[in-house]
Design a protein around this ligand. Structure first.
Ligand code: AP5
Length: 216
């Protein structure tokens, strides 16, 4: 899943996980968990994440690829928020190549900056990564997750000045991946301003077509 902060990558990736029954690998959630557990990875990532910057490639690449190579990922996996730079994409390609595998599709969920700023300001999450929006997708009970009853909080990097920085980082460092994957014929675009169910339907239809084509 590729796209700007707040475009709906996580929302759609979770639905995709249910559809495909494949492991879900969310780079941002993994890094936040490492920070809250105070692991070596977390200590290296913390400051960058708090500033809304990318965690350096040499820190992220090893951690994510190790997860992708785990036994439960043998039949495939859904990657959310990785790669975000050309070196990350090259490292992924090379790791998959070594395993005799390849990226099936890159799903780009797009939304303009003004839309994502509004969305992110209303986002609330639980510790297990379930996502809500105070106006468009509120929990049944205020400040409690419907799935696991955990408290809902606002992410540290969801404050407006951090969101502006994350958007700038996306435009500067991640958008080159759009051309990178387009040139390889892997890019599929989705309008993230549509209703989440409509985005999901479009993703489902696109993946069904890819699966059919791969069998031909
Ligand atoms: P990460 O956690 O991945 O954050 P992000 O990419 O900025 O994306 P978000 O989680 O903000 O947005 P989303 O697109 O998933 O939107 P969501 O579905 O939640 O990364 C955080 C940080 O970790 C980075 O800044 C960086 O420091 C570090 N990091 C992560 N990966 C890295 C990497 N590869 N390399 C280096 N550093 C890395 O939706 C947003 C809100 O909108 C929700 O409230 C949701 O309910 C609502 N919503 C969703 N879809 C819709 C819709 N269609 N209509 C209306 N509302 C919607």
């Amino acid at each position: 899943m590729l796209g700007p902060p707040g475009a709906g990558k996580g929302t759609q990736a979770l639905r995709l996980r249910e559809d495909l029954r494949l492991p879900y690998i969310p780079a941002g959630d993994m890094l936040r968990e490492a920070v809250s557990e105070g692991t070596d990875l977390g200590r290296l990532a913390k400051e960058h994440m708090e500033e809304g910057n990318l965690v350096p490639d040499d820190v992220v690449i090893g951690a994510i690829l190790e997860r992708c190579e785990a036994a439960d990922c043998r039949d495939g996996f859904v990657l959310d928020g990785f790669p975000r730079t050309i070196p990350q994409a090259e490292a992924l390609e090379s790791a998959l190549d070594d395993l005799g595998r390849k990226v099936t599709a890159v799903l780009l969920v797009e939304a303009p900056d003004e839309v994502v700023v509004k969305r992110i300001s209303g986002r609330r999450i639980c510790k297990n990564g379930h996502v809500y929006h105070l106006e468009t997708d509120p929990p049944t009970r205020p400040d409690r997750c419907d799935h696991d009853d955990l408290p809902l909080t606002q992410r540290e990097d969801d404050r407006p000045e951090k969101v502006r920085r994350r958007l700038q980082v996306y435009h500067d460092q991640t958008t080159p991946l759009i051309e990178y994957y387009d040139e390889r014929g892997l890019l599929r675009r989705f309008d993230g301003t549509r209703d989440p169910d409509e985005v999901q339907d479009h993703i489902r239809a696109t993946l069904s077509t890819i699966r059919l084509e791969e069998r031909l």
